[in-house]
Design a binder for this molecule. Structure first.
Ligand code: HEM
Length: 102
């Protein structure tokens, strides 16, 4: 994100495509997270201009993390399986549930 917004590249972590391969993230979940991100930026008083670029870059990563079906996911470890990211329930707490071996 820092590099995309004009800063220096000090990132040595995983690329989003690889980091989310084992996670079943639907478009609905992605959009919810995106909305929460917007709410956080508002709450932190980030300027409209900066928010616009941040949210645009965030959206640009969508195709790297969202899957249409669980079969598109790739398990990282034999015992871990695919982790299905659930929509939060009425308590507002999301609990990722592991689906072994799929
Ligand atoms: C609803 C959407 C998303 C969910 C549920 C999600 C969830 C996660 C989780 C659980 C991990 C840790 C994976 C592990 O165990 O190693 C992770 C890593 C990561 N996520 Fe996301 N993510 C989402 C969207 C995004 C987006 C849009 C970006 C980019 C803007 C992003 C960037 C990253 C990166 C770079 C890592 C790797 C960090 C590292 O280990 O080096 N994620 N994400």
């Amino acid at each position: 994100m820092t590099t995309a917004m004009g800063g220096e590249n000090h990132y040595f972590g995983k690329e989003p495509l690889l980091a989310h391969g084992h996670l079943f993230i639907t478009e609905k979940i992605f959009e919810l997270r995106h909305q929460i991100l917007k709410e956080c930026l508002d709450a932190c008083g980030v300027s409209e201009e900066l928010q616009k670029s941040w949210l645009k870059i965030d959206k640009a990563f969508k195709h790297q993390v969202v899957k249409n079906k669980i079969e598109e996911c790739v398990a990282r470890y034999v015992d871990e399986g695919i982790i299905s990211v659930e929509m939060p329930d009425e308590t507002g707490i999301s609990s990722p549930r592991s689906q072994s071996g799929k």
